[in-house]
Ligand binder design. Structure first.
Ligand code: SME
Length: 164
């Protein structure tokens, strides 16, 4: 759904946002806002960050997002498409969520989804999740764009103590 030119323009803007943002949280908020505003099929855009509390199972916790509130504010790693992306460290693209038994419904309108892990020093620390009301909305260019965004957040986290 991204075209080569708008994905390229957006990457330039995203790099500028990354350079300007005063904190990782500010950067994540700016990314979700920009993606949801400019990519018309990106209907819900949000971050989940990995919480590793001592003595407790690792949990994905909802961070900055744009779109309707989701019932899934905390997702264990063995659940959902979100859990699959975080536990395997692989981008997951689902063209038809109704056919994926892992899918945790957020909105009845959602038809397709992409989840991209965020890495700091080769470890998954979170992910960027996007839902679309359109089936098969996420093509190769979208995947590259979303992976680029996840990379910006990973780099920023790596350069701050929060990423340690
Ligand atoms: N659909 C996700 C849950 C998060 S909501 O989309 C915001 C999943 O299956 O993990």
């Amino acid at each position: 759904m991204a075209t080569a030119s708008n994905a390229k323009d957006l990457k330039t803007e995203l790099a500028e946002l990354a350079a300007k943002a005063g904190s990782v949280h500010e950067l994540m908020s700016a990314i979700v806002r920009l993606l949801q505003e400019r990519m018309l099929k990106y209907n819900w855009v949000g971050f989940y960050m990995l919480e590793n509390a001592p003595g407790q199972a690792p949990m994905l916790v909802l961070g900055p997002f744009e779109g309707a509130m989701t019932p899934h504010t905390r997702i264990p790693l063995h659940q959902g498409i979100c859990g699959a992306a975080a536990s395997t460290g692989q981008t997951v693209v689902v063209d038809d969520v109704s056919k994926d038994p892992r899918y945790l419904a957020c909105s009845l309108e959602t038809k397709s989804e992409i989840v991209v892990p965020i890495f700091v020093r080769e470890k998954v620390v979170g992910e960027l999740d996007i839902d679309s009301h359109f089936p098969a909305a996420f093509k190769q260019e979208d995947r590259e764009l979303v992976e680029y965004c996840a990379g910006l957040v990973g780099q920023r986290l790596a350069s701050t103590s929060a990423g340690k």
